[in-house]
Design a binder for this molecule. Structure first.
Ligand code: NAD
Length: 503
């Protein structure tokens, strides 16, 4: 059977490596479950070769002046933008996200971050500081690249995650071996080719393919200085644990169960729009989703009435129809997981099902394209009358499942919002800005929003608190995660301080 996309292999030494795999698997289009391409798992010896290619490239790339690295990366950003729709089409096939979304968000936000870090290092972002200690002595610091870094990606924003990791990594003078998620690997070697076309030297950006065992091999490899990981908390714990054995630097971007707090004075219309963005964008497969929606008791009826009315604006269907704004879930295992949570919400938690649920979506039963019936489509679902101890309220579902909880006082809602081991994101809706800052200041989360949800521009450093992660990506602080500091004390007084002087 001829598949729509060419096979995917490892990429190192500046080229595709088509004879380095022991086994292969298929990536599928989740809207139909049809195969898209054969993916060849990278063997351990080929992973060694990818790391060695990155090691060989490191001395010259790290010594390349930042302005020159910046010029090359800016060219790659321009190539990404020029190929936006073609790359978005690939992402839509691989992830099941509507083209209306991938063509306006995924590549755009990836290219923006690449341009941001290129500009940052080109404009002196890697300069250290000078500290005058005494007239004859000062300290200067330098920011030094780490070496070969591993990037391990999740499946929800494939090319964006690859860019959010590789952009600051390469801009700072490191080299990278990147492993995409086995569920969404199509972008990986295309990105490698774009980097090469832009002038990134062979070995600076490399790709290996496969599942967790390939990731685990990378994480423990002595040739890797840093692991930047995006994925589930449970996987992050394993990755950080094995990285710690080799004392590697880590960045951990993990899961969340974020609180979206509607304050009593909020504009209800705006609050409903915000809660919908916080739950149904990307079919709910966004790490920062505000799945615990706290609504004042007095606003519950009004909020739910407006919400149910607006749920009709969620349109599933042909992913390339620009009016479609809701796709399938990414894979069969993920579909099974989300369905099991919806079942649990109805049968065990006994929350009230306000919208959606387990039935096959009505549009799907009628759609002329029969293949969609084998896809991983679920209904956007809203539970209400939820309580804090319910499993659907406590655990990350990572699907389009909103839980509405009511509260009476601000102290109560802040305490309940914080009563989780996760701390990725949080947000408030209110018309009173003083109130907004007071509440935001008390929330235990690394990414917060006021009267909006989900925007994550290149300038904004993002990362989770508590079990949701370690470190940040993006913004000026994002660059610091890819360098190590050297401090040098210079003394011009001509006398070396010593306790061994002659008496
Ligand atoms: P996952 O943890 O299952 O897999 C992530 C990656 O880790 C994949 O590439 C996988 O192959 C690899 N992997 C698996 N086992 C490994 C091991 N032992 N060692 C090294 N690598 C291993 O996560 P997922 O299901 O792909 O992604 C969804 C999760 O990602 C959600 O929890 C979501 O919240 C989180 N996420 C977080 C952010 C963020 O910025 N905080 C962004 C996107 C997604």
């Amino acid at each position: 059977m001829v598949l729509p996309y060419s096979p995917r292999y490892a990429y190192y030494n500046g080229k595709l490596q088509s004879s380095t795999s022991a086994s292969s698997f298929q990536t599928i289009d989740p809207s139909t479950s049809q195969p898209l391409a054969n993916i060849h798992t990278t063997t351990h010896s080929a992973t060694d070769a990818a790391i060695s290619s990155a090691q060989k490239a490191f001395p010259a790339w790290s010594a390349t002046p930042p302005t020159e690295r910046a010029r090359i990366l800016q060219k790659a950003a321009a190539l990404l933008r020029a190929r936006n729709d073609e790359l978005a089409k690939t992402e839509t096939h691989d992830t099941g996200k509507p083209f209306s979304e991938t063509s306006t968000v995924d590549i755009v936000t990836g290219a923006d971050v690449l341009e941001y870090f290129a500009n940052l290092v080109g404009g002196g972002g890697l300069n250290g500081e000078t500290i005058q200690l005494r007239p004859n002595a000062w300290v200067y610091t330098t920011k030094n690249a780490l070496g070969v870094c591993a990037g391990i990606g999740a499946w929800n924003y494939p090319i964006q995650i690859a860019l959010w990791k590789s952009a600051p990594c390469l801009a700072a003078g490191n080299t990278m071996v990147y492993k995409p998620s086995e569920f969404t690997p199509l972008h990986s070697t295309v990105l490698a080719e774009i980097y090469s076309e832009a002038g990134v030297p062979p070995g600076v950006f490399n790709v290996v393919q496969g599942a967790g065992d390939v990731g685990a091999y990378l994480t423990t490899h002595p040739g890797v200085a840093k692991v930047s990981f995006t994925g589930q908390v449970s996987t992050g714990q394993k990755v950080a644990g094995s990285a710690a054995t080799g004392m590697k630097y880590v960045t951990m971007e993990l899961g969340g169960k974020s609180a979206c707090i509607i304050l009593p004075d909020a504009d209800v219309e705006q609050a409903v729009d915000g809660a919908m963005m916080a739950n149904f964008f990307s079919t709910g497969q966004v790490c920062t989703n505000g799945t615990r929606v706290f609504v004042p008791e007095s606003m519950k009826i009004q909020f739910e009435k407006k919400l149910v009315k607006k749920m009709a604006h969620i349109r599933a269907g042909d992913l390339f129809d620009l009016s479609t704004n809701f796709g399938p879930l990414v894979s069969k295992p993920h579909f099974d997981k989300v369905i099991s949570y919806i079942k649990h919400g109805i049968r065990a938690d006994k929350a009230t099902l306000l919208y959606g649920g387990l039935e096959t979506p009505a549009w799907l039963a009628k759609h002329e394209k029969q293949e969609y019936r084998s896809g991983y489509w679920v209904q956007p679902t809203v539970f209400t009358d939820c309580t804090d101890e319910m499993r659907i309220v406590q655990e990350e579902i990572f699907g389009p499942v909103m839980s509405i909880l009511t509260y009476k006082t601000i102290d109560e809602v802040v305490a309940r919002a914080n009563a989780t081991r996760l701390g990725l994101a949080a947000g408030v809706f209110t018309q009173n800005l003083n109130f907004a800052h007071q509440v935001i200041g008390r929330l235990e989360a690394g990414i917060t929003w006021v009267n909006t949800w989900g925007e994550s521009p290149a300038e904004m450093s993002v990362g989770g608190w508590k079990m949701s992660g370690v470190g940040v990506e993006n913004g000026k602080k994002g660059l610091e995660a890819w360098v190590r500091n050297k401090s040098t004390l210079v003394d011009m007084a001509g006398e070396v301080p010593t306790v061994f002087a002659k008496l």
